[in-house]
Design a protein around this ligand. Structure first.
Ligand SMILES: [Fe+2]
Length: 387
C-alpha cells in the first residue's frame, strides 16, 4: 500500500431519502438564472424530469431539458446536447440519471467554457483549463458513482474513451435513495454489481491507500447484504439507502484509487456489443477477481470478513477461490447469465477484445499484470457456443 497519498474530493454530497427537494436551494446557492437539465427518455416517461422542471421553475430559475441520452452515450449525442446548451446559455447543469446523463453533463459543462472539441480532450489529451459551468448531479441508480467521480466516459466510434480531470467533479451530488425504488430488478442487479466491481477493483488495485481501503471495504459489506434485498424487493427503502451509500463510497474509492481488469474488459463488451455498463461488469466480476486475488493474499482476510466468507486454514489459492466463489453465487443469485455469446460475441471476437482490454489505461492499476492473452483467456472462459 502506498506510503504517500493524495486525496481530493470537492463535491458536496447531499444524501438521504427526500433530498431531491433541496435542488432549488442548491440552484439558488449557485446564483443560477438558467438551468439545463440532461436526462434520458425513461426518466421523462416516469415523470421525474417533469418533477424536476417544476422544482427548478419553482425556484424562479428558467429551465430547458435535453432528454435524449442513451445507454453508453455517444460523441454525436454530446454534440447535440452541447448545441442546445450553447443556445440556452445555462448557468447550471442538472444531470439526472445514472452514469450516462451524468457523464454527458460533465462534458457539456466543460465544453461550454473551454475551447476545442470533445475528441481533443479524450484519452489523456488536452487539459481542461477553465472552470466549467457548475454541475448538480441527481443520481437515480446506485451504480456508476459518476456523481462523485472526476471521470466521464463517452463512446466514440465503438470505443469508450475517458476524460479524467479535477474540473469534472460535480459541484453537488444529490443522492436520494427514494429515486431508486422504481428501478426494475434486472437494472438493480446490474447497477449494484457495478458498485461491487468498483469497490473490489479499488480494494485489490495498486492505488489502494488507507482512506480508500476503508470506503471500499464498507461498500463491499453494504452491497453483499443490501443488494439481494433490493433485488428481491425494490421498495425496501432501507436496502435502497444502503445501496446508494455503497455506490457513493465505492465511487469515491475507485475514483481516488483506480480500477482494473474488470472495467478494462467491460469496455469492449459495451463498446462493440452495446452491453449495459453495469451488466458488462457483472458478467466479468467473478472471473476478473479469480484472476486477481492470488496476487494480493495479504488483502484476503479483510475482504473475506467484509463478504462474510470463511477462509480460516485456507492457503492463498484456497481463499482466492472461496472469495471468487462467493461472488459467483451472488451474481448467479441475481439472475445474471455470464455467457458472452448471448450478447452476439463470436469466438473470433475474443482475441481482438482481449487486445482492446489490455490497451485500456485502467488496467495499469491492476494488481496482476494482464496482457492481451490473459484478457482473451478470461473472455474465452465466459464464452460458450449457443445453438
Ligand atoms: Fe463501473
Amino acid at each position: 500500500m502506498q506510503p504517500n497519498l493524495s486525496f481530493y474530493f470537492p463535491t458536496r454530497v447531499r444524501f438521504g431519502a427526500g433530498v431531491l427537494a433541496q435542488l432549488p436551494d442548491e440552484l439558488r446557492g449557485l446564483g443560477a438564472a438558467r438551468a439545463f437539465v440532461l436526462s434520458d427518455p425513461g426518466l421523462v416517461q416516469v415523470g421525474l424530469v417533469g418533477r424536476i422542471e417544476a422544482l427548478v421553475r419553482g425556484a424562479g430559475v428558467e429551465v430547458q431539458s435535453f432528454s435524449e441520452i442513451e445507454t453508453n452515450p455517444t460523441a454525436a449525442t454530446v454534440a447535440r446536447a452541447l448545441e442546445a446548451a450553447k443556445a440556452f446559455r445555462p448557468e447550471a447543469i442538472v444531470a439526472v440519471g445514472g452514469g450516462s446523463p451524468t457523464d454527458v453533463g460533465k462534458v457539456v459543462a466543460f465544453l461550454l467554457t473551454n475551447p476545442g472539441s470533445l475528441a481533443e480532450y479524450q484519452w489523456e489529451g488536452r487539459k481542461i483549463g477553465i472552470a466549467p459551468v457548475p454541475l448538480v448531479a441527481v443520481s437515480t441508480t446506485s451504480g456508476t458513482g459518476s456523481e462523485v467521480t472526476r471521470t466521464s466516459v463517452i463512446l466514440d466510434r465503438n470505443t469508450k474513451k475517458g476524460i479524467v480531470s479535477d474540473h469534472l467533479f460535480a459541484r453537488t451530488a444529490l443522492v436520494d435513495p427514494e429515486l431508486t425504488v422504481s428501478l426494475p430488478p434486472k437494472l438493480t442487479a446490474a447497477t449494484g454489481l457495478d458498485v461491487l466491481a468498483h469497490a473490489l477493483e479499488a480494494y485489490v488495485g495498486k492505488g489502494l491507500h488507507p482512506l480508500t481501503e476503508t470506503w471500499a471495504l464498507r461498500a463491499v459489506e453494504l452491497t453483499m447484504t443490501a443488494l439481494p434485498k433490493a433485488y428481491a424487493d425494490g421498495k425496501d427503502l432501507g436496502a435502497r439507502t444502503d445501496m446508494a451509500l455503497a455506490s457513493s463510497m465505492a465511487g469515491v474509492a475507485m475514483d481516488q484509487s483506480g480500477l482494473g481488469i474488470i472495467h478494462s474488459m467491460a469496455s469492449p463488451l459495451s463498446g462493440l456489443f452495446g452491453v449495459h455498463h453495469g451488466l458488462a461488469n457483472a458478467v466479468l466480476l467473478a472471473a476478473g477477481m479469480r484472476f486477481n486475488l492470488p496476487a494480493v493474499p495479504e488483502r484476503h482476510a479483510r475482504l473475506a470478513r467484509a463478504m462474510d466468507v470463511g477462509i480460516e486454514g485456507l492457503g492463498p489459492e484456497g481463499s482466492s477461490e472461496a472469495i471468487a466463489g462467493r461472488i459467483d453465487s451472488l451474481v448467479r443469485g441475481l439472475g445474471i447469465d455470464t455467457n458472452l455469446a448471448q450478447f452476439g460475441v463470436k469466438e473470433g471476437d475474443l482475441e481482438p477484445m482481449g487486445r482492446e482490454a489490455a490497451a485500456m489505461f485502467l488496467i495499469r492499476n491492476n494488481p496482476r499484470t494482464a496482457g492481451p492473452e490473459d484478457c482473451a483467456a478470461i473472455f474465452r472462459s465466459l464464452w460458450r457456443r449457443v445453438s
